[in-house]
Design a protein around this ligand. Structure first.
Ligand code: GUN
Length: 293
């Protein structure tokens, strides 16, 4: 069994990005710039945005965080987005989710210029990705694919079971791995809350991607010997002995499942660091105008 070290892969990719950025800057160009908008005080969102800022520094990017109070109106947020859409020195930006409840998230996502939508949440990017056109692919599915690529895990013809059908992870990762590509060319089954015989379906999988947000859902009896298990879960569970008061738990019961796997990602240190690095890669693509020339 091999543990997939997302932290190590992410560090290598950040170094690759930094080297490329330094060559642009040495040639007299400005550095890429990513902006994050955050509204309110959600603890997890603050942590994610701080992680993105730190990664920007490591990649040699400029970054800004625009912080708004919970009471921000939808009109104010739309006005901030319009400014970022028009700012030629901003290559990409993200609006951290969830937003305060009085704001219509979909309306906000659709106000972002698809060319700057480095989260890949705009329907134009989601749609282009779904039919295999160049697009910003959202960070977690892209990170999963990159881990499979860097560990040279065979995917063609394999049965890949995706647990969860969210727009951000389950659906796009299932789509990507079914596409004619490497990694890809999988036969994909999506399981969700209404699926029957989840255990039997999982036991027939060569690759399982767990993205349902239920801590320790996937147990050893659901996994075939030699399967590859990718854990996308990051639920915060209270932990009195942790400094922060919580601990991140994946969707996989790690110890018992690891004993049966060929490869497995830990939580933390597996998919998480890859998610942030995928956002950095999308920002570099935006700077280079690679997706929308
Ligand atoms: N909230 C949780 N994950 C994400 C993400 O990848 N992007 C944004 N914008 N918000 C999130």
């Amino acid at each position: 069994m091999q543990i997939i070290d997302g932290k190590k892969v992410a560090a290598a990719i950040k170094a690759e990005i930094r080297a490329e950025v330094e060559s642009f800057v040495a040639a007299g160009r400005r550095a890429p710039q990513l902006v994050a908008i955050i509204a309110g005080n959600d603890g997890a969102s603050q942590t994610y945005v701080a992680g993105k800022e730190k990664a920007c520094g490591e990649c040699g990017f400029r970054s800004q965080v625009l912080r708004f109070a919970d009471s921000l109106t939808e009109a104010e947020l739309l006005a901030a987005i319009a400014l970022l859409n028009a700012d030629e020195e901003v290559d990409g930006f993200i609006v951290q989710l969830p937003l305060p409840r009085h704001i219509n998230e979909q309306r906000i996502i659709e106000a972002i210029d698809p060319k700057k939508d480095v989260d890949g949440f705009h329907p134009v990017n989601a749609g282009r990705m779904a039919i295999g056109l160049p697009a910003y692919v959202s960070a977690t599915p892209a990170g999963v694919k990159e881990l499979l690529r860097r560990y040279e895990i065979a995917t063609a013809g394999k049965h890949c079971v995706v647990l969860g059908r969210s727009n951000i992870v389950g659906r796009p990762v299932a789509n990507l791995l079914s596409q004619k590509d490497a990694p890809g060319d999988c036969t994909v089954t999506i399981c969700h809350s209404r699926t029957r015989n989840i255990k039997d379906i999982c036991r027939s999988a060569d690759i399982i991607i767990a993205a349902l947000g239920q801590p320790e859902f996937l147990t050893a009896d659901m996994v075939a010997h030699g399967a590859v298990v990718i854990d996308v879960g990051t639920t915060r569970v209270p932990a009195a002995d942790a400094k922060s008061g919580f601990r991140l738990k994946g969707d996989v019961k790690f110890d018992e499942v690891a004993a049966k796997c060929s490869y497995i990602t830990p939580v933390p240190g597996g998919v998480g660091p890859m998610t942030i690095v995928s956002l950095m890669k999308n920002t570099l693509k935006a700077y280079k105008k690679e997706v929308y020339p």
